[in-house]
Design a protein around this ligand. Structure first.
Ligand SMILES: C[S@@+](CC[C@H](N)C(=O)[O-])C[C@H]1O[C@@H](n2cnc3c(N)ncnc32)[C@H](O)[C@@H]1O
Length: 159
């Protein structure tokens, strides 16, 4: 089965190359970006200004590799891609939770940016802690690595 998707908008970002950019939105909470939602989807933005955080589902369009085992940016060991957040994955789906700063027509200004310029946005959903936040101590191999998040930046290993 093949599924065909169309972008509902596009990310504008100061990052035009993967090398040196943040690897997660939580590692770059002040990093700005904006989404230009395509005019035909404008009505879908009604009431979005009421949310502090948005979940973006994106297509990491410049990931040319599709790997099932990867050495992620936060580690030196190989992990199965589905146990990572690596971009070089089947379907190249990205999930970025960003902080909505303002809405100007079809433009959504946000902070917390780990996306390349011109990343296609497939969907936007409101972040609702009661739905989406879980308390857990079981975070797999990340447990030993999360302290490094603020200082780790991407390289081009998955481009
Ligand atoms: C580790 S992924 C995490 C993305 C998202 N927060 C997630 O967890 O799905 C973020 C990295 O993907 C790469 N990247 C970002 N936007 C991309 C794009 N449009 N195409 C290919 N790679 C991209 C950069 O190397 C960036 O540091």
């Amino acid at each position: 089965m093949t599924i065909s998707l169309r972008p509902i908008g596009i990310v504008h970002s100061r990052f035009t190359e993967v090398a040196g950019m943040p690897i997660q939105t939580a590692g770059a909470p002040d990093e700005p970006g904006r989404i230009e939602v395509l005019p035909e989807f404008a009505a879908g933005l009604k009431d979005i200004e009421g949310f502090e955080y948005l979940i973006l589902l994106t297509h990491m369009h410049r990931a040319s590799k599709e790997l099932l085992e990867v050495v992620p940016f936060l580690d030196t060991e190989t992990h199965g891609v589905f146990a990572t957040r690596a971009p070089a994955r089947p379907n190249r789906i990205g999930l970025s939770i960003v902080r909505l700063v303002s809405v100007e027509g079809c433009t959504l200004h946000f902070t917390g940016n780990d996306m390349l310029d011109e990343t296609p946005v497939l969907d936007i959903k409101p972040y609702v802690p009661r739905f989406d936040a879980r308390g857990t101590d079981r975070v797999g191999w990340f447990a030993a690595r999360l302290d490094q998040l603020p200082k780790v930046r991407s390289d081009d290993r998955m481009a």
